[in-house]
Design a protein around this ligand. Structure first.
Ligand code: NAD
Length: 421
């Protein structure tokens, strides 16, 4: 199949590109390399050494004989270039991963929030619009976030997609409708993902597009069977306060002899999935054919849910680390239930996803061990705060950085670089 992958240089996009290429698909990547530009601007680099997109692609070709093509296009801002790429590559499927994906980044300042909103919504709208103009049969797979549901206490199972609601109006007339449960995003990033779901519904309803939306949990792990083949193919590993996901930060802290810092009591529930399973799930979604419901096909891309504290305990036990609770910089209930329906991937034949209890944590430990000399300990503690704990009267988040370029001015070159791509 001819598959166009937007954001194919990113943490999920690069391993996905290699995995689908290894399965014989013809892959074309579009990426404006803005994630690399943001890392440089923030001075928060990947712990693993990542090679340029050209070196990555060349090495893959040398080792496997499979070619992957690449175009540097800003999907949010250069519709004409996107349109002409789609016309010339003529994909059967588009996997849309181009986004600014960090919640803390989106809460740093008004600029970073606006950038996240416009970038994420406009990249998606442009791709969907281009599909309507080129070929409405192109399958569209988007990687959304399970975080759109918010982090309040919900003691019922959240359905994958729409569910039936019934009630009575004020005149006591009964009604019933089919809808998704209301979203409750707690960051501008998650708000952008919530807005994208409206876009996807709009294009499904009005243009009959074939859309799968994968609500993904926090991705952990670094390498997949393909990125592991050579150093040039390595995936990125982020452990900083802005892009580092919880498990990466915990392992880096524990292996550097620092206490594992848990935000608040740590009773917040989160959903997790390993990067190797992310690529398998995307492959399954790509192959899943057309939806026949007339609705966006929503699937929960998760392997398990756990409290943050249980993740910390697990890492502390394995690495013999200590745990320290710090003030939660985020606005969220610190103890809540979160029950997510998780059946659609199983129905498509994908079961037995990896969980944190499996041996895969060794892989992260190895990555960290090999790169101990590259760890910047000053980038781990949270400096971006938002929600109820924000100290600033103007609703901008308190951003305090130690020994580095101030985050707000650092973000600007990244935004400019993103706009140039
Ligand atoms: N990593 C996670 O834990 C996680 C969890 C849930 C959902 N997701 C979603 O998965 C998708 C991929 O996330 P990721 O972790 O790979 O992020 P990433 O930042 O590593 O990758 C995103 C890629 O998109 C590119 N990009 C951004 N804006 C672009 C634009 N305007 N034009 C062209 N390219 C652009 C970036 O350069 C980057 O290479 C995102 O939609 C994200 O919201 C990620």
């Amino acid at each position: 199949m001819k598959i166009l992958i937007t954001g194919g240089d990113g943490f999920c996009g690069w391993p996905t590109s290699l995995h689908l290429s290894s399965k014989g698909h013809d892959i074309h990547i579009i990426d404006n390399l803005s994630r690399r530009a943001i890392a440089t601007a923030l001075n928060y680099e990947s712990l693993t050494n990542i090679y340029s997109i050209h070196e990555r692609i060349e090495k893959w070709y040398e080792l496997t004989g499979r070619s992957i093509s690449f175009s540097n296009i800003n999907v949010a801002e250069n519709y004409a270039a996107l349109q002409s790429e789609i016309a010339s590559f003529n994909p059967e499927c588009i996997v849309h991963l181009a986004a600014q994906r960090s919640a803390p980044y989106s809460m740093m300042s008004v600029d970073s929030g606006n950038y996240t909103l416009s970038n994420n919504v406009l990249t998606t709208n442009n791709v969907l619009k281009a599909i309507t103009e080129h070929n409405r049969a192109i399958k569209f797979v988007h990687l959304g976030s399970i975080g759109v549901y918010g982090y309040e206490d919900r003691d019922f199972e959240i359905a994958e997609g729409k569910t039936h609601f019934s009630g009575c109006d004020k005149n006591n007339r009964p009604y019933s409708l089919k809808a998704q449960i209301p979203f409750n995003p707690t960051s501008i990033y998650h708000l952008s993902k919530s807005q994208i779901t409206s876009l996807l519904n709009f294009y499904t309803r009005n243009y009959g597009l074939n859309i799968t939306d994968l609500y993904q949990g926090i991705v952990w792990g670094t390498q997949t069977s393909e990125t592991n083949i050579a150093p040039e193919l390595s995936n990125r590993f982020d452990y900083d306060e802005i892009y580092g996901t919880v498990l990466n930060r915990f392992v880096v802290q524990a292996q550097s002899g620092l206490p594992i810092t848990v935000y608040g009591r740590g009773e917040q529930t989160r959903a997790f999935i390993h990067i190797q399973d992310t690529v398998r799930c995307i492959e399954t979604a790509v192959n899943s054919g057309a939806t026949h419901s007339g609705d966006v096909d929503v699937m929960h891309q998760i392997a398990e849910t756990r409290t943050v504290k249980s993740v910390a305990d697990h890492v502390a036990k394995l690495v013999h680390g200590s745990i320290k609770h710090v003030v939660n910089p985020r606005d969220e209930e610190e103890e809540h239930r979160y029950i997510l329906e998780n059946t659609k991937f199983k129905q498509l034949g994908l079961s037995q996803l990896n969980t944190l209890g499996d041996n895969l944590l060794d892989e992260i430990q190895n990555v960290v061990d090999k790169n101990l000399h590259r760890i910047d300990q000053t980038c781990i503690d949270p400096k971006v705060q938002w929600g109820k704990v924000s100290q600033k009267p103007d609703n901008e988040c308190a951003v305090k950085r130690v020994g580095k370029t101030p985050a707000k001015s650092a973000a600007r070159p990244a935004l400019q670089a993103a706009a140039m791509g």
